[in-house]
Design a protein around this ligand. Structure first.
Ligand code: ZN
Length: 444
């Protein structure tokens, strides 16, 4: 016989309290994602997203380049901390409306990042191999020998020699690092955003909390990720400072692993193994005790997974944050050119798709259109124009300072002051949430 839902909840509640007293969880103050992860708030986010869909318009301005969605910082089974199979990741990318996957595997001696890494076109998705190593997202075009012994700068030099690209990753761990010639840096990292949610992180270490919260997260997987989303103020401050001296293309990092979660597996007649999402053992319980937490079918077989919760399935993780690139075609050469010239903007597509956004500058003298990442002469004045498929709050940031704000589908701003100009777009979901961060256009 299984205990009733309320009895089950009460058992979980008491066990959770007991674990809290044992120091399994720590108690901190201040609102974080844990407070935003209530059914009521996740439902309010879902309704806000549905309203945004209704308000969506098509941007009909002619544009010279096409928009492709890319995900940088993606791990697969090549990485020790992921089990992701390429066909599942590509299928998830398609559901998340992604056109380009740029993998960043943890290097290991049993494979070669460039030769063995996922590459080429697969089912309409362009795959590009790379590595997460030495604090960088690195995309060398040829294998690098003896990389283990190299420091970050030396390694970047080797990547550059292959005509590769590299971005500084996890900025919060290396706020002082700047490398001459580096392609750019992450301006958002989902994992860093998550780590900041101290109370949520400690709750998640508790399998009982996970089991208890599972039904809600399974019902609202995208909204749960949006509950993590904070404006990356520290990253942007550092990025603006670095951009003042040299071009640094800002990209979003998903850090997609599909490795956060818990599952319960029946291992022998009377035992249940609690595993993490990679299959590593957390603890073992006898079946009776486990059945007080979750219903286990009488005829469940040995080896069967009787409960599973994944907090970061590829599809949701890839949709959460993406980098749109302005390209003439879907090819690696075009991707390289766009990333080297900052023709990119970051978007949190869990709120609304960022496809179709336009942000460009025109010189008043010759009317020439300059795309994101480009340069325009200050002489005679410059007009910035923005068109969005969603009604948004626009913020124009000049060298790190906000100089203009407007609400609507369009935004215009005129200036003749030199510097870097980037746009931020915010949506109400239902609270104001950052939606799009463009790379800057330079007025010189
Ligand atoms: Zn990673």
């Amino acid at each position: 016989m299984f205990p009733t839902t309320s009895l089950r909840r009460s058992i979980v509640h008491h066990l959770t309290l007991a674990l809290l007293c044992l120091g399994v969880s720590t108690i901190a103050c201040g609102e974080d994602a844990l407070d935003r992860m209530t059914r009521k708030k996740l439902q309010a986010t879902r309704e806000a997203i549905a309203n945004l869909k209704k308000e969506r318009i098509e941007v009909t301005q002619p544009r010279p380049l096409k928009t492709y969605r890319a995900n940088l910082h993606v791990h697969s089974h090549w990485s020790h901390d992921s089990r992701g199979q390429i066909e599942d990741i590509v299928a998830a990318a398609k559901r998340a409306d992604t056109d380009i996957l740029m993998f960043t595997e943890h290097p290991a001696s049993h494979y070669d990042i460039v030769k063995d890494g996922h590459q080429g076109m697969r089912d309409g998705v362009l795959l590009i191999p790379g590595a997460e190593t030495k604090g960088l997202l690195a995309y060398p075009k040829a294998s690098i020998r003896n990389a283990d012994a190299m420091g970050t700068e030396e390694y970047f030099g080797a990547v550059q020699q292959t005509d590769g690209l590299a971005f500084i990753s996890h900025l919060e761990e290396r706020m002082d690092l700047d490398i001459p010639g580096i392609t750019g840096n992450e301006i958002y990292n989902t994992h860093a955003d998550f780590k900041e949610e101290k109370r949520l992180v400690s709750s998640m270490r508790n399998p009982l909390w996970l089991i208890n919260t599972a039904p809600m997260i399974q019902e609202y997987p995208q909204e749960a990720l949006l509950a993590l989303l904070d404006y990356p103020a520290d990253y942007l401050k550092r990025w603006d400072a670095m951009s003042a001296t040299a071009r640094h293309t800002g990209v979003a990092a998903n850090d997609a692993h599909q490795n956060v979660g818990v599952r319960l597996r029946l291992i022998e007649k009377d035992m249940v193994r609690v595993e993490d999402a990679l299959g590593e053992k957390i603890l073992e319980l006898n079946r009776k005790a486990a059945a007080e937490l979750i219903p286990i079918k009488e005829d469940a077989k040995e080896g069967e997974i009787v409960f599973q919760l994944l907090l970061d399935p590829y599809e949701n993780s890839l949709r959460h944050a993406g980098t749109y690139l302005l390209l003439p075609e879907q090819s690696q050469a075009a991707v390289w050119d766009a990333l080297l010239h900052s023709r990119a903007y970051v978007c949190f597509d869990g709120l609304a798709s960022g496809r179709g956004l336009q942000w460009f500058a025109s010189s008043k003298e010759n009317q020439e259109r300059v795309e994101i990442g480009g340069k325009v002469k200050a002489k005679g004045g410059v007009v910035f124009s923005g068109y969005s498929p969603q009604k948004a709050t626009w913020k124009i940031i000049h060298d790190g300072q906000q100089v203009h704000t407007a609400t609507g589908y369009e935004c215009q701003y005129e200036t003749s002051k030199p510097g870097q100009y980037r746009a931020e777009l915010w949506l109400d979901a239902p609270q104001p949430k950052i939606w799009i961060l463009t790379n800057p256009i330079t007025v010189e």
